[in-house]
Design a binder for this molecule. Structure first.
Ligand code: GLU
Length: 552
């Protein structure tokens, strides 16, 4: 076709497209950002619930944009309406907000580069396709599904590449008259790329994470616009990333194989090519087969975004975990920098894992514990209150009624070089501090930690008599030792070990007995602090409870 014919064809196919691409270039001007600022985007398809892998990719978009003073936007990629799920879009925005991964602009957020939903941008895509038709880089293809299927069969038999390209792309050279005939017959058509690629030539791409990669040039005449005039993902994202001025496309590495197509589209459209950063999937060792596989929502509870909220894993602690997946040097940095938060860390693509990163529950738990250990009692209280409001209303009520005490308990051993690391999630507070609230302190608490031993109630009663709760920790411990010796116990475990026959036990046994009686547990934060908060009356009530429990 001559250029004149192609112009005529473009008008026949897109009579309603009146704007030119130049107009769109003006509507979406360059962003006014400082040098080095990254513009990233999260482009989910609303096809169902959000996966940890999606959150991870959005997290990367957020941190890279934020630290460089750029922009991170949310774009809903709903080009495949067949796969769209009712409520899918709302779910994405609410999960992002719930996970504190907040785009600076985009769908349901403000922004100058919208609409940020691809189904609302059809006219824009058609404008660019119309222009490609004029330039000879796109054409209408009238092949039927049956024709395509039979080509595929032939290609399978001949073991050649599957798809519509070269000799198989029979409609790429139709004359204007032939196209008109097809249209007059009311045949359905798609618009295909007229690929200028030569698969015998290579292209080189430098991925920010994977480094230099080489591919044969694309020669597939991929579909740009479907029969209904809406774009494919390949085409839509190229137009959008250009007009929205994305600088870094951070996405799952399942897209690496599409890179030659995408690069070619950017080139023929005359756009600058953004930088690509393909991130590895989050993998897991299958508990049954032992094989490394992708995290699966069906098999692994932690693959779904909802799991974290329900389990009571703090979002900020999950961010720490995502940061350890993002950059291999993050964890060490965080553990060695007590006073720093994630915002003080500089993420870099060089430190991003190239292969799949294995999901590590133990690491997540450890980071959560570190997170809690760095929070004040007040903060842990407030956050637990918010969690229980939704997930444990009964406990929430008790927490509110016992606020003052609860905060005191949560503050034990906080102001020390190595703060306690006993809580990994909000739901742990109830169990770990089961002794903090009188209404929750029942005889059953003892049964839970039941061991072989029965502790001597009279001995502990006598002990409480002589203890002064207003002294210092040191004085208290000296007094405890004194009491131990007076009652036939060794003052130290070491002494006891030297000649066990001379003693009933050692000072630690007295503390253990008291601890069990007043907390129902064999392990607890600093005992004297707990005693001080409870006071003698409540301590004695609990000793009496233990007396009943142990039939003494
Ligand atoms: N819509 C694509 C997906 O859901 C996004 C890929 C991209 O970020 O370019 O996988």
């Amino acid at each position: 076709m001559t250029e004149k014919e192609r112009i005529e064809l473009s008008e026949i196919l897109f009579p309603n497209i009146k704007r030119t691409k130049e107009e769109y270039e003006k509507i979406y001007p360059e962003r006014n950002l400082k040098a080095g600022a990254m513009v990233t985007r999260y482009g989910p398809s609303p096809t169902g619930s959000v996966h940890l892998g999606n959150l991870f990719s959005a997290f990367c978009d957020m941190v890279y944009a934020r630290q460089s003073g750029g922009s991170f936007f949310l774009r809903i990629e709903d080009t495949d309406q067949k796969r769209a799920v009712a409520g899918g879009v709302e779910n994405i925005t609410s999960v992002l907000k719930g996970f504190d991964i907040i785009p600076t602009e985009g769908y349901s957020f403000k922004g100058e580069y919208g609409p940020y939903k691809q189904s609302e941008r059809t006219e824009i895509y058609q404008t660019y396709v119309k222009d490609l038709i004029v330039k000879g880089f796109a054409y209408p293809c009238f092949m039927t599904e049956e024709e395509i299927a039979s080509i595929r069969e032939e290609q399978e038999i001949n073991k050649t590449k599957i798809g519509i390209y070269g000799m198989y792309a029979t409609d790429r050279d139709l004359s204007l008259e032939e196209v008109k005939e097809h249209l007059a017959n009311k045949e359905e058509y798609v618009i295909r790329l007229k690929s200028p690629g030569d698969p015998n030539k290579q292209i080189e791409v430098v991925d920010c994470i994977k480094g230099k990669m080489k591919f044969p040039e694309n020669d597939m005449d991929i579909v740009l616009l479907k029969k209904d005039g809406t774009p494919t993902y390949h085409f839509a994202h190229v137009i959008d990333d250009h007009l929205m001025h994305t600088t870094h496309v951070i996405r799952g590495d399942e897209w690496v194989s599409s890179l030659p197509v995408h690069i070619q589209l950017f080139e023929i459209l005359g756009f600058n090519i953004p930088k690509y950063a393909h991130i590895a999937p989050i993998t897991i060792k299958d508990s049954e087969t032992g094989a490394i596989r992708k995290l699966s929502k069906r098999k692994d509870p932690w693959a779904g975004a909802k799991f974290y909220e329900e389990a009571g894993i703090p979002i900020k602690a999950l961010h720490l975990y995502l940061a350890t997946i993002a950059n291999t040097n993050f964890e060490e940095w965080y553990l060695n920098n007590q006073d720093k938060t994630i915002d003080d860390f500089t993420f870099s693509f060089d430190k991003q894992a190239i292969g799949g990163t294995s999901f590590d529950e133990a690491k997540l738990t450890n980071l959560c514990k570190t997170y809690f250990s760095r929070k004040s009692g007040e903060e842990v209280y407030e956050e637990t209150l918010a969690y229980t409001e939704k997930f444990d209303p009964d406990y929430n009520k008790l927490l509110k009624e016992n606020k003052e005490d609860m905060i005191k308990f949560l503050n034990i051993e906080k102001d020390v070089p190595r703060p306690r690391k006993d809580i990994a999630k909000y739901s742990d507070v109830k169990e770990e501090f089961s002794y903090a609230i009188d209404e929750m302190f029942k005889q059953e608490n003892y049964a839970k930690y039941e061991g072989e031993k029965t502790y001597d109630v009279e001995l502990i009663k006598d002990y409480i008599e002589v203890i002064d709760l207003s002294t210092t920790n040191e004085e208290w411990f000296n007094k405890t030792k004194e009491f131990a010796v007076e009652n036939g116990y060794a003052a130290t475990p070491k002494e006891y070990k030297k000649s066990p026959d001379n003693y009933k036990g050692h000072v630690g046994d007295i503390c253990e007995a008291l601890r069990v009686m007043i907390t129902g547990r064999t392990k607890s934060p600093d005992l004297f602090s707990i005693m001080k908060i409870l006071g003698k009356t409540r301590i004695n009530e609990r000793i009496e409870l233990y007396r009943k429990y142990s039939n003494q």
